[in-house]
Design a protein around this ligand. Sequence first.
Ligand code: AHM
Ligand code: MG
Length: 332
Amino acid sequence: MERSRIALPIGITLDRFIKSKQDEYPNAAGELSQLLRDIALASKVVNREINKAGLVDIMGYIGQQNEAGDEQQKLDVLAHIRFSRALSKGGEAAGIISEETETFTDFKNKGKYVVAIDPLDGSSNIDVNVSIGTIFSIYKRKTKPGTKLTKKDFLQKGTEQVAAGYVLYGSSTMLVYTTGKGVNGFTYETTLGEYVLSHPQMKCPSDGKIYSINEAGLQQYSDPTIERYLTQCKKDGFTARYIGSLVADIHRNMIKGGIFLYPATSKYPKGKLRLLFECNALALIVEQAGGLATNGSKRILEMEPTGLHQTTPMYIGSKQLVKSLLGQSKKK
Ligand code: AHM
Ligand code: MG
């Protein structure tokens, strides 16, 4: 092997990156950094479990339904346990609300933060080896640390997030996160067991030619804007890409430029995607990367949550594409 190749640096690991960001704030006590590390560690364990899913009997349904009535699969449950355990043992999160549970869990510690998480999104794709993801939001709790957590601590607007991220378990595993100062993406180096900075300062292209929607349900979409918009996209030579795994669809659009649409349907009159576990985190990331995220009339990040499992329509992606969709809706 050439000498120069041997000497190639491996790059910046997630741990070192988080530490360097913390050092930019002399008064930071390092709690948020530790919390991010706890999430990263749990994601590595989940990644390991996903990778061996075909080898051991952990695939398939567990025979229960979660809050939204979806069949829970074994890996959803495992991922929920892994993230909850990492966060409770880490001690920096005061509690967690997960898509897999009806209400929040209070870790009964002095942590300043709370976490809203979808531990394994796109779980209907697990059995068919399609990419899946984890989505998380971190907020400062509203009530005083050391006291009982209340719903109020979790029912915060997306603008209040102090950090948010996703993990994509795809052809490689990536962790992408923001603390409100741009977006950075890290690829998991399996032999080292480390996330390495691979996508510094990610920018979502301002325009694109990809639309992602479950078009089969189009006749159910109550809003005629969607049909009009898609007709325009087709005339403009767009291509359709829909994985049905939110993190994967958003990640692709972040890299290539595109728009993801999940409107209200007759099956899901208020939209399918959960504001607290899915939409807020992705909206912050996409906005931080230069894109937009709206429910059709309001920025996702400015929606006032009223329920822990509240859902919303969401249109998210490249700035020009979301703007043009909103332009169509004005033509009503
Ligand atoms: P889940 O949280 O139960 O996995 O559901 C969310 C998923 C998203 O990943 C994806 O964008 C969407 O559901 C797909 O829904 P549909 O099958 O209705 O197109
Ligand atoms: Mg989900």
